[in-house]
Design a protein. Structure first.
Length: 322
């Protein structure tokens, strides 16, 4: 049953029946729904402005977790950077100091590119964090490559040093127990044949014929030769690194030309061949083609007291045996 509407007329002081047209009803309905829609929009806008949706809450929580994790990663990267700095310091102050092979400062200071590489991160909510971590990781990558190259170089240097230390002529060519005496040392001596003052470029070790003669360092036998005069039967060992040793007046050979020998290996026997007046070994050391005093190289098999005594005996300006 339709409802009847009345309106008070102040002129007639009576209530008069209101006739509602279709358009009027439609306008009232439209006005109601419009007001309801506007109110709903206001409520929704306020809700989105001040209240998070479940998905927004989830995303905000995830971003907060990411920030915490990025901070942890940043701390770890900083720790790794400190470890790398310690490795660099140890490399410079210990290893390279020992091997006397400093690394060029320009190599450690070289960069990896500018900050413009990460401009695409600037507008992100965690852009600063990501940029900082990227830069530190790039720096660590560069430092690790430099340090890796440095260690490879040090390994090569160490191997060469080890080879050099084993190759140096560092022992006496005749054992102390077989040694009668040191007849003559390095320097000017009286020639036993011509009786003139002449440079003696080695040391003479007197020992019975047949006494073992040892290679004083690792190397390759370069010369095995017999001469009627001069060194007589003699051997030359090339130790590398600019060092060569000569063993003269031998009675017999125990090695062949081209043979690789080790320090302390028997290479010949004492004799008195060539220009010699008695059984002895004439021993010479060459450094870069120049003959040097062999007395400076006996530091592996004699103690300090024996070394001082050997220097005293070898320095006497007596007559040589060859």
């Amino acid at each position: 049953m339709a409802r009847t509407h009345y309106r008070f007329n102040p002129e007639t002081l009576n209530y008069e029946k209101v006739k509602s047209s279709g358009w009027g009803i439609a306008l009232r309905i439209f006005g109601f729904f419009s007001a309801a829609l506007v109110f709903a929009l206001i409520i929704i806008t306020a809700s989105f402005s001040f209240l998070d949706s479940p998905r927004e809450k989830l995303l905000r929580n995830e971003i907060a977790v990411y920030k915490v994790e990025l901070d942890k990663i940043g701390e770890k990267v900083t720790g790794l950077d400190q470890v790398m700095a310690e490795l660099e310091k140890r490399d410079e102050d210990v290893y390279r100091e020992i091997f006397e092979a400093p690394l060029p400062k320009s190599l450690r200071a070289s960069g990896v590119g500018g900050s413009e590489r990460y401009t695409d991160l600037e507008n992100m909510s965690l852009g600063d964090n990501l940029q900082g971590i990227h830069k530190k990781l790039d720096e660590l990558s560069r430092k690790s490559k430099v340090q890796s190259s440095s260690y490879k170089e040090l390994i090569t240097i160490a191997k060469k040093k080890a080879d050099m230390l084993s190759s140096l002529p560092a022992i006496q060519p005749v054992s102390n127990k077989d040694l009668t005496r040191i007849a003559s040392g390095y320097g000017y001596r009286i020639d036993p044949i011509y009786k003139t003052r002449k440079m003696h470029s080695g040391m003479d070790f007197t020992a019975p014929t047949g006494t073992k003669v040892y290679s004083t360092g690792d190397g390759v036998v370069e010369v095995v030769k017999v001469k009627r005069w001069g060194y007589g039967k003699h051997i030359v060992v090339n130790h590398g690194f600019g060092y060569r040793t000569r063993y003269g007046h031998l009675s017999a050979f125990k090695v062949k030309r081209g043979q690789r020998v080790k320090r302390g290996q028997v290479i010949g026997l004492v004799g008195s061949t060539g220009k010699s007046t008695a059984p002895h070994l004439h021993y010479e050391v060459e450094k870069s083609g120049k003959r040097v005093n062999p007395a400076n190289f006996y530091y592996n098999d004699i103690n300090e007291e024996e070394y001082e005594k050997m220097l005293e005996l070898s320095s006497h300006p007596n007559q040589s045996f060859d």
